[in-house]
Structures are given as structure tokens and as C-alpha cells.
Write a protein that binds this ligand. Structure first.
Ligand code: FAD
Length: 526
């Protein structure tokens, strides 16, 4: 006799396609009947009593607080024998309830004799139809970089996970990404760095340019001294290449199950689990949920309803062009950061140097709202028309199909509630100016898997506590750091003059200002 937890798990994992004869069906009858009675019906479906089933029925009726009686009853072989007759009938009631979903299969089992008990249906109400409910230990919502990295981290720790994604495939919209050593280090741990690097570019420097005068202000050298200091190089990639590497590693791992077309819409906290429901009606009854559903997270509200993400009116236009369209003056081997009053441009090559990524960011004169009437292409052109000749050339090649309002949020002091926890942009969306959003999402993924491995599924509270202790302070600092970079880069007037002087004095091998962010964290050394 298997334990209750295993029984429930087994029932949820039934492969209906494999039940093609009476014998295989009957082996499942007991599992179905007991599980339905215990957790799915209100009032519990009645089983026609015999002397031997009395305890069992009573236990079913008080299923929430009397599981021990059920367990004892079922663990006795003699009692099981007597129970089977009732359970068979009971399972047919279940079959009747579920018939719309399993019409073809159950048609074979219908006859007047077994269905004599179906009048019980009048009193029974299915709370969560078994057919549409999956039992999961760890469910991840969202298949972006944060969600896939979480799935992979858990699987590498030997933990089975299911990930649900609302789109019909796993894709990244957008262009390039910069991946600093703190990100590369964890990609190595996840076993995908080699694949990511195979499609990456290794820039020589990050160069800061004055967008108005065209002068070079300073640079950070990314050569051997940088790599020696942080252990990993600074790379730039197409975001689809990063996502693909994570996705492929996930599908190769037998402990990861990925599902698409699943938009989670409701969260329902239950005494010993958390139930999520998708727009399709599919439900997941979980021990733990990881919300990796991004900037506009629907699940974040369950932890903290702090309204919409924040905007101060900046918009990004970005995309890639073929490298042959770009002149060599554009600094093809570097990350170039052109800064000006309330605007900047970032450029770098991606995809083994075949594509050139460009992003132009500026502050709209209009108040941000939910429309696309502010930060328009016209405003973009007007704003950058004050730039130097190189900036104007960049604008002439810029892709303007996608408009991205720039958002972040104030850091939270808690990322979890009950059995649900946030990772990535759902937890700490940040301005893109520090190029750290994806890196921080991957740091979350690894830290959460480590905490889960340490404390185990029976102590979710300790898992979340350790994860939050480790990740909230650092990611909050990055949120503020990204804002500070924006303020620094977008200066005008006297503040700009002072800023430029500070930048010009910077030593290209002085990495102190970013060591706290790029270096290996104490916990990663464990
Ligand atoms: C212009 C720009 C440039 C950037 N540059 C960099 C950079 O250089 N370096 C860097 O590290 N970061 C950068 N970032 C940040 C980085 O892109 C994000 O921080 C990162 O992609 C967040 O990943 P995520 O998985 O948390 O969220 P997302 O990528 O948003 O993924 C969320 C996923 O959840 C799914 N989903 C949403 N709701 C539901 C639901 N209800 N049910 C099921 N699924 C759902 C979505 O379809 C999506 O697949 C940049 C961001 C921007 C905007």
C-alpha cells in the first residue's frame, strides 16, 4: 500500500492514453476513488457502506482532519478487500462525472449494473475536477530567462519541476544583451556558458562617448586584467541566443517539463498547497510556486499589490542590423555608450559579429500613460537631432518597429507569501542602464535552488527566508545603481561638465566601482 502523498501524486500522473483495457483501468480505480473522495468533492462522494467500510466512510467525510484513519484503514489488506466492491462502484461515479473528458474511454465501461450508484451525483459537487488538475511539487510560471534558469537550477539539484509559459513558444523579443561576469559565472554553473559564448562577441572595452560633441570620455578595459579580476569575461549576445541555450538545456533535462499556452490567472491558497488556474481551465495544485512572469507579473500582486511599474517618461527604441550596414567608425569591437541630456545610445555587435545591436533611449516631454502617444518616433528623431554627426548616423540605421517604455519598481522587503515566491523582473524590475536584469534573474534562480536543496520541500518557509536574505539586499542595490547610472548619464549644464571631468579622470583598469556587482559572491563559493 503506498502512502497518501504518493497516491495523490500517482493519480495526477495518470497517462490516460495508456489505460486501454479493463485490467489496467481497475488497477487505477482504487487510487481514483480514494483521492476524489478525500480532496475533490464536497460533500465527499458517498460509498455505499458495508460493515468494513464504516471507518473509511467516516474518515472520508472528515477528510481534512482525519487522514490518519484513512491511512490505517487502507493499510490493512483484509479491509482493502472489502472496500474494493464499494470503490469500484464509486469509481464509476467518478467516470460519469469525468465523462465529457474521457467519453471514448469510459464508453466501454458503461452498463446498467455499474451505474446504479449514479444517483449520488445529485449531491456531489466537484471542487477541482481531477481530470484538469495536476499535482506539482515545484511549478514555475513564466518561460523567460528567469523562469528557464530557475527550471534548470532546480533540475541540476535533482529536483523535478514543471514550467508553464503563456506564449505558444519560448521566445525573446528584443535585441542584444550585455552579460557581465556575475552572469557568465552562473551560466557556467548551469552548463550553458559554452553554447552562449559560441554565439557571443567578446568586446574589448566599454567606451563612454559624449553624444553632443562626439568626444570620447572614458572607457573600461575588458581585457586580460578584467578577466583575471572577475574570473569570467564580459560578453554581448543576442537575447534569443541566451534564451535558446537555456531552453535547450531544459528540454534535454528529464527533470524539467515545459508547457506552453498556459496563462496563469488565479492563485488560491489552500491549507496545505497552492492552487493555480490557467485561462484554459487547467489547474495546478502545488507545494511551491515560483513566479517568473516578468515586469507585468500577475502573480506579484499576491505577494504585494504595489500597482503598476514606475516610469519617469523614458522610452527605448532598439533592434539589430546586419554588420555590413555599419561603418567601422561605430566601434565594432566595443560596447559604445553615447550619453547626452535626457538621452543615450548603446551599441555593440552580437551573434558572432554578424549583427549590430543599437538601442536609443530618451525622455519624452509628455507625461507617460498607458497609450503609445508619448515617446513617439517623431520625438525620438527630434531629440537626437541635437546629437553629433555619429549619433545622427546611428539614428538613420536604428530599428524603430518596437517601442519599449522604460520601467522599474521600488525594491520590496519581501518576495514571498505562503508557498509562492518571486524571481527576476517579477521580483525586482530595474532600469536597463546597468545591464543587469537578466543577470539578477539568473542569480535569483541559482540562490533559490540552493536554498531549496538545503532546506528541502518540507520547510518552504526556511527556503524562502534564506533566498530573500541573500537576494533582496543585493538586487535592491542594483535597482538603485541602475537609477544612479541613468541620472549620471543624462546630466546637462554644469552637472554634465563636472560629470565629464570625473569620467575623463577614470583609469580604464580601475574596476573598484563594479567589483561588488561582478565579483563572486560568498554564497556562490560554497
Ligand atoms: C531595453 C532593455 C535592455 C536590457 N538589457 C539587458 C542587458 O544588457 N543585460 C541584462 O542582464 N538584462 C537586460 N535587460 C533586462 C532583462 O531583459 C530582463 O531583466 C530579463 O529578461 C527578465 O527576465 P524574466 O524571466 O524575469 O522576465 P521576462 O523575460 O519578462 O519573462 C516572463 C515570462 O513570463 C511569461 N508570462 C507572463 N505572464 C504569465 C502568466 N500569467 N502565465 C504564464 N506565463 C506568463 C511571459 O510570456 C514571459 O515569457 C534589458 C531590458 C530591456 C527592456
Amino acid at each position: 500500500m503506498i502512502g497518501l502523498a504518493q497516491r495523490v501524486k500517482k493519480v495526477y500522473e495518470i497517462e490516460w492514453g495508456s489505460i486501454d483495457n479493463v485490467a489496467s483501468f481497475m488497477t487505477l480505480v482504487e487510487e481514483l476513488a480514494i483521492t476524489v473522495a478525500q480532496i475533490h468533492c464536497e460533500p465527499p462522494l458517498p460509498i455505499f457502506p458495508t460493515k468494513n467500510t464504516k471507518n473509511f466512510i467516516m474518515a472520508c467525510k472528515k477528510s481534512n482532519d482525519n487522514r490518519e484513519i484513512i491511512r490505517t484503514t487502507l493499510s490493512s489488506f483484509a479491509k482493502q478487500k472489502y472496500l474494493m466492491k464499494d470503490i469500484r462502484c464509486f469509481s464509476m461515479i467518478y467516470a460519469e462525472i469525468a465523462r465529457r473528458d474521457h467519453e471514448i474511454f469510459f464508453r466501454n465501461f458503461r452498463n446498467a449494473n455499474v451505474f446504479k450508484g449514479t444517483e449520488s451525483l445529485n449531491d456531489a459537487r466537484m471542487l477541482y475536477p481531477l481530470v484538469h488538475t495536476r499535482r506539482e511539487a515545484v511549478l514555475i510560471v513564466g518561460g523567460g530567462i528567469g523562469g528557464l534558469a530557475t527550471a534548470l537550477s532546480f533540475a541540476q539539484a535533482g529536483i523535478r519541476v514543471r514550467l508553464v509559459e503563456k506564449n505558444n513558444n519560448f521566445r525573446e523579443v528584443g535585441a542584444g544583451m550585455q552579460l557581465a561576469p556575475n552572469c557568465s559565472r552562473l551560466l557556467a554553473r548551469l552548463g550553458v556558458l559554452q553554447q552562449v559564448q559560441a554565439n557571443a562577441v567578446f568586446p574589448k572595452q566599454i567606451v563612454w562617448m559624449d553624444a553632443l560633441s562626439g568626444e570620447r570620455l572614458t572607457c573600461l578595459d575588458l581585457g586580460p586584467k578584467f578577466v583575471e579580476r572577475f574570473g569570467y569575461p564580459y560578453i554581448v549576445v543576442h537575447r534569443a541566443d541566451l534564451l535558446n541555450a537555456l531552453y535547450e538545456a531544459c528540454i534535454k533535462n528529464p527533470l524539467v517539463t515545459l508547457e506552453t499556452n498556459r496563462t496563469v490567472v488565479t492563485v488560491d491558497e489552500r491549507p496545505k498547497s497552492i492552487m493555480l488556474e490557467c485561462t484554459t481551465g487547467m489547474r495546478y495544485d502545488c507545494d511551491m510556486v515560483v513566479a517568473a512572469d516578468g515586469l507585468w507579473s500577475a502573480l506579484r500582486k499576491y505577494v504585494c499589490d504595489d500597482g503598476d511599474p514606475l516610469s519617469v517618461g523614458y522610452v527605448t527604441y532598439r533592434g539589430t542590423v546586419g554588420i555590413d550596414q555599419v561603418s567601422k567608425e561605430s566601434g565594432l569591437e566595443n560596447v559604445q555608450f553615447w550619453i547626452g541630456p535626457d538621452m543615450h545610445i548603446v551599441q555593440y555587435p552580437v551573434r558572432r559579429g554578424q549583427l549590430f545591436n543599437q538601442a536609443a533611449v530618451f525622455k519624452s516631454k509628455l507625461m507617460p500613460d498607458h497609450t503609445d502617444q508619448w515617446g513617439t518616433k517623431e520625438e525620438l528623431n527630434e531629440r537626437f537631432s541635437t546629437g553629433c554627426d555619429q549619433v545622427k548616423k546611428i539614428l538613420s540605421l536604428l530599428q524603430t518597429n518596437f517601442r519599449w517604455p522604460v520601467y522599474d519598481r521600488n525594491p520590496l522587503s519581501k518576495w514571498s507569501r505562503g508557498r509562492l515566491v518571486l524571481v527576476g523582473d517579477a521580483a525586482h524590475p530595474m532600469l536597463q542602464y546597468a545591464a543587469q536584469g537578466a543577470a539578477q534573474a539568473i542569480e535569483d534562480a541559482c540562490a533559490l535552488a540552493d536554498a531549496y536543496k538545503k532546506h528541502g520541500p518540507s520547510n518552504i518557509e526556511a527556503v524562502f527566508h534564506e533566498y530573500e536574505q541573500e537576494r533582496i539586499p543585493l538586487s535592491s542595490k542594483v535597482v538603485h545603481f541602475a537609477r544612479a547610472i541613468g541620472d549620471f548619464a543624462h546630466q546637462s549644464g554644469n552637472a554634465k561638465t563636472i560629470r565629464d571631468e570625473i569620467l575623463c579622470m577614470h583609469d580604464m583598469h580601475d574596476f573598484d566601482c563594479i567589483t561588488w556587482l561582478y565579483e563572486e559572491k560568498r554564497n556562490e563559493k560554497k
